[in-house]
Design a protein around this ligand. Structure first.
Ligand SMILES: [Zn+2]
Length: 369
């Protein structure tokens, strides 16, 4: 009987470990279609709209992009004195645009996860660099296992909306739907409730800021055009050498300055080309002895989610420059390798408890046979 009990308990422990690895699929069909603004008349969105207080939201003047979902054309925008980031080049006090660490590169990747993200994760692991991934909700439900891997390897997750439409072109209700569906998808996959976000194209005005704040979000932009790698342009045929030369110039200008704050660099994990380029941009920072940090590291934020904890350790890394920049440089910062484990109330925890209950019932049943 004792042997039976031990065997059953062993099986219980192994089963719990399997559940906590979170390898199960999620049902993408229960979320809105990818690359489309979610329907605001769905029961789920209507329930969210009842929870959010939009009293006092600034008036709506929808910017109309030339291309569906794209950034608005400034030549066709009537100025509204609403601190519009794209056409007025206006930043609000609450917009985070610099990394709060000296001599530092804030590592951010937008638009994923994608089938090319795992290759980037392999590279970042080699250098012990932790990034913030601004994820698109429609991609989260297509690649949940990649999202889980990001968390498990100590990276930080943030929102980049559901469909990647320019937010100033959407109604208040559509913006709520974009943010909440992405929040739900990431929570369903990881148990983490997002806290930071980046608007697609950096497209934001006071109306959008008001709604995001009501939903508990903090906006993180990139530090000016010089720190936009423009890696996406390589997908459209711009030579990598051109992009690398421009970014090298930006880095050298930064290095020549006082470096009292760091910069947020814009990269993308959206295609084979951009993931290849990341592995050419980052060595430029390694060679210049920069510290690499994600948003929690840059902002000194020990609670980088609205709820849930991923124990994002090792958020800053300084690599010794090498003459070869071949991926063999050793981390000189913290060498802790604790694996982050998502916690908080999640469907997976409930699932674990149900399996535990089933096994206890089985064991008790055997004991009383
Ligand atoms: Zn984007």
């Amino acid at each position: 009987m004792v042997k039976l009990l031990i065997t059953s308990l062993t099986a219980l422990v192994l089963s719990l470990a399997a559940v906590n690895a979170q390898t199960g699929p999620i049902n993408a069909a229960s979320y809105p279609p990818a690359n489309q603004v979610p329907d605001i008349n769905s029961p789920q969105v209507q329930a969210w709209l009842k929870e959010v207080n939009l009293t006092g939201v600034p008036p709506t003047h929808l910017n109309v992009p030339d291309v569906k979902g794209g950034a608005p054309d400034c030549a066709k925008i009537t100025p509204q004195n609403d601190c519009y980031s794209v056409c007025d080049e206006c930043k609000a006090n609450d917009d985070i645009i610099t990394c709060g660490l000296p001599n530092s590169w804030g590592v951010t990747f937008d638009d994923g996860p994608s089938p090319d993200t795992p290759r980037l994760l392999d590279y970042l692991k080699t250098h012990n660099i932790k990034a913030s991934f601004f994820v698109v909700g429609g991609n989260v439900v297509q690649y949940p296992d990649i999202l889980r891997r990001e968390v498990q390897e100590g990276h930080h997750l943030a929102s980049h909306t559901w469909s990647h439409y320019a937010l100033t072109s959407l109604t208040n209700e559509q913006i709520v739907a974009e943010i909440k569906w992405t929040e739900k998808a990431v929570f369903d996959v990881t148990g983490l409730k997002l806290k930071y976000m980046r608007p697609p194209y950096g497209d934001i005005n006071n109306r959008v800021r008001f709604i995001l704040k009501q939903l508990g979000y903090i906006v993180v932009d990139w530090t000016g055009d010089e720190f936009d790698t423009n890696d996406w342009q390589a997908d459209n045929g711009v030579p990598a050498a051109t992009l690398l030369a421009a970014f090298t110039k930006s880095l050298d200008t930064y290095i020549a300055g006082n470096k009292s704050t760091g910069f947020y660099c814009l990269e993308h994990d959206r295609s084979p080309v951009t993931v290849n380029l990341a592995q050419q941009f980052i060595p430029l920072g390694i060679a210049r002895n920069l510290t690499f940090a994600n948003v929690p590291g840059c902002q000194h934020d020990a609670q980088p989610y609205q709820s849930g904890s991923a124990h994002n350790n090792n958020t800053t890394t300084t690599l010794a420059p090498t003459s070869t920049v071949s991926g063999t440089s050793r981390p000189t910062g913290s060498t802790s390798t604790r694996t982050p484990v998502p916690t908080g109330s999640s469907a997976n925890l409930v699932e674990s408890m149900n399996i535990a209950s089933a096994f206890v019932a089985t064991v008790v049943g055997f004991l009383f046979m």
